[in-house]
Design a protein around this ligand. Sequence first.
Ligand SMILES: [Zn+2]
Length: 304
Amino acid sequence: MLTLEKKIVGLKIDVDTERGTRIGALNLMRLLDDRGIKATFLFSMGPDNTGRAIRRIFRPGFFQKVSRTSVVKVYGIRTLLNGLFGNGPHIGRRHGSIMRSIAASGHEVGVHCYDHNAWQDKLATWSEARTREEVNHAVDAFTHVFGHKPRTMGAAGWQANKSSLSAYDEHSLSYASDTRGTQAFYPTVKQRIFQTLQIPTTLPTLDELIGRPEYPMDQLISTYQIHIAKQSLNILTIHAELEGMAFMDWFKEFLDDSLAKGITFVPVETIANDLLKNKEKIPRLPLLQGEVDGRSGTLAVHGF
Ligand SMILES: [Zn+2]
């Protein structure tokens, strides 16, 4: 049996869409609350234009390979149309009360993005000013909903660069989680050192594994637990639209099995606060654009 006692997993929930906010995030809140687990919910604060790009949020071929799960089943037809004709519904304006109820349950809340579609597709081409404007829109929408500024952000599609890190630094976040990697770090780009602690997602996401012959569905729980047993920093990103909806039964089983084996799930801020007690021990590592197994295109990663 795996030794998972004392293993701590930071649980980060990316909420990408209007439907994911309305249904998936609330489903996850109830599931976690029933088990006394607190997690980090990161919300998409602006327009839901995912209809323009829903297939690019997850691994290419994900929907085709998972025969039981069509894109329509996961997202619903309305989500697929969002943003195709003008801007889609503004999630922050429409669902502020849902977001506040999740915070009131004791979960950590933060910003995922303003417009998921725009950030994921265009960040690499934006000027520093345009990037700052997008971050400011997200911060304003968050502040409008919660009455205080966000203390954390975790970028859509793990897209980050020197412009986004620079915009983050202006908001004095306690930490951010935009990258993939193995350890927490202060990002550097060329000579510049950024001030916001960066805590990467260190575990694969469900859509990066599901439907691949080397990762049979009935062994995914142990696949995750083997990773968790081996790694010293465990940050798991799940999606309101997947683990909170179409794959909720799987996620419930994963949680219960992991809890029974001794894993403790915490919001990412718990891990951040712990690391920040010994700030001087946190390495400075270069922010790079790299590839992650099971995902297309480049993502923000750390070098060594
Ligand atoms: Zn996302």
